[in-house]
Design a protein around this ligand. Structure first.
Ligand code: ADP
Ligand code: MG
Length: 347
């Protein structure tokens, strides 16, 4: 029963995400515009391209997403990830190697806040199959033993991977970001003038809008209230990736409590550090995706500390009490909505 509710919520949020990019469509540009919208990776995706070869670029982009979905989904029986999860070992493809290499790097940089071995925990909560339930503490403690990327044996060159007993991997926190980076490479190969892609809560822009102005990306309101957006951000050539509890969650009938899908690997419970949503802005889609999940787990203070030591991303974080924290590099590009005017610029 909850499975259906969750699916509905996913579709609803994804659909709303696909309308938030303001693209341009003058008659002259229309002839060079191509678009596609479809469901993949459990969400709605939309691709809009401008250029001489826009139709070919869009179909190549769609094919690439479907290929990656088949390869990486932990839920579809014959994917590379599923086969490795059930056998406990295997050899990763070139895409799988890049994702694993990146995951292990982010795992160590974020002190384990981002951990691809979260799969058994996701499974126990029922997020993988839609059989949602609140596990007991002892069930959680048992699966937490398996949740530690340090226990993976992985050889980058051969792609060989060996999981420890009970372990499983889940690229759900970075697959869409990896896919959107791949789409930017496809747009380059097709010599596309401008493009924007929306893969669920992941948006990535290629160049500026066709008229040379920046894309306007709206940041979704993580609260269930009247104001539609937190605000809008002007960007070009950047990924804007938002993670929020609203993407996938269920309400436990017994307690009335809400549980969502971003897991704190140190507890096995949904992350609960006072954050409503994290938007990461970066030229790398995969980095933005990983950090939107990791910062959600780390909380505002640790996210700020993390940002101070890095120069490859910016963020907009909305706390549970509606405060907005935005890093200084992008603050001038952001216009908050009326009900999100409590904005702190992080220096
Ligand atoms: P969404 O997929 O809804 O856009 P995220 O990018 O935040 O949201 O990714 C959440 C997904 O990442 C979960 O569905 C799960 O597959 C995986 N995941 C959950 N918690 C973690 C974590 N701490 N580290 C790595 N992956 C996680
Ligand atoms: Mg993510």
């Amino acid at each position: 029963m909850f499975g259906k509710i969750v699916r509905k919520i996913i579709l609803f949020t994804a659909a709303s995400a696909s309308f938030i990019c303001i693209s341009c469509s003058s008659p002259a540009l229309k002839s060079r515009e191509a678009e596609a919208s479809f469901i993949a990776m459990d969400t709605i995706m939309s691709i809009t391209c401008y250029g001489k070869e826009s139709a070919d670029a869009v179909s190549a982009a769609k094919e690439e997403i479907l290929r990656l979905d088949n390869l990486l989904s932990a839920e579809s029986e014959n994917s590379e990830v599923s086969l490795i999860n059930s056998a406990g070992s295997g050899v990763l493809s070139e895409d799988g190697r890049k994702l694993m290499d990146f995951s292990l790097d982010i795992f160590s940089k974020t002190d384990g806040a981002f951990d691809v071995t979260v799969y058994p925990v996701m499974k126990l909560w029922g997020f993988t199959e839609g059989k949602l339930n609140v596990p007991t503490k002892s069930e959680l403690n048992e699966v937490l033993n398996y949740c530690n990327s340090d226990n993976i044996r992985f050889d980058r060159d051969s792609g060989e991977i060996v999981l420890s007993d009970g372990q499983g991997i889940d690229f759900g926190g970075i697959a869409k970001g990896y896919a959107s980076d791949r789409l930017m490479e496809i747009f380059e190969a097709y010599d596309i003038d401008s493009a924007i892609v929306t893969l669920g809560g992941n948006i990535q822009t290629y160049h500026t809008k066709p008229d040379g102005s920046e894309w306007n990306v709206a940041i979704r309101n993580p609260f269930d209230d009247a104001e539609e957006y937190v605000g809008s951000l002007r960007v070009s050539n950047l990924a804007v990736v938002t993670s929020g509890a609203y993407e996938r969650f269920f309400v436990d009938e017994a307690s009335g409590k809400t549980y969502h899908h971003i897991i704190d690997p140190s507890t096995g419970y949904p992350a609960d550090k006072g954050i409503a949503s994290v938007t990461i802005v970066s030229s790398s889609g995969i980095l933005a995706d990983a950090l939107s999940t990791a910062c959600y787990v780390m909380g505002i203070d640790n996210s700020i500390k993390y940002w101070h030591n890095k120069d490859d991303f910016d963020f907009i974080i909305v706390t549970s009490d509606r405060e907005v924290y935005i890093t200084k590099n992008i603050s001038k590009k952001f216009t908050p909505s009326d009900s999100f005017n409590n904005v702190h610029i992080v220096q």
